[in-house]
Design a protein around this ligand. Sequence first.
Ligand code: 5GP
Ligand code: MG
Length: 190
Amino acid sequence: MVELTNDLDKILVTEEEIQNRISELGQEINECYTNLANDEIVAVIAIINGAIIFTADLIRHLRLNMELDCIRVSSYRDATSPIQEPEIIDRIRLNLQDRHILLIDDILDTGSTLTKVVDLLNTTRPRTIRTAVLLDKSSRRTVPFEADFIGFNIPDEFVVGYGLDFAEHYRHLPCIGVLKPELQNPPTWT
Ligand code: 5GP
Ligand code: MG
């Protein structure tokens, strides 16, 4: 058996802290949409792959009339810093006109991904767009952007786990941690 937490320098957010906070976020989101009429639908859009695990856990706390879809955006290749503009690779299939969109991402960093996706979603004429992120690295923002629902504010460190990857590894860790520096650019992964 491989013990992946051995690859971490430190754990920033434990599994229990994540689950407790997600339950609270679910209540915040339910309260925010509490006045929706029965025919008003919340379209939950997950930015994959990163938001896959956060979305799966969060939506099970939602008591809303909702639909789910995903959008695939890529900005990181195998590196730990963005090497290109975010690129929308796979588009949404839902009709979003008159929907209340709840856009979910794993982490808000420079702000360019969410800015780009919100701009795109606005062209589909939704009623409202709100955003939820598990993590916020607000000190790294280059584009002004604030999420409506935030799990945790974290310092400027490259994190993995709970959906966040390094070269597609570590997404299944139940906690969030900082990868050991010597593992961040192994020659075999480039
Ligand atoms: P932004 O466009 O806000 O700079 O970056 C958002 C995207 O960058 C996230 O969806 C995530 O995929 C990636 N990202 C930003 N910071 C980190 C990090 O610390 N770890 C990992 N694994 N991905 C990150
Ligand atoms: Mg991402």
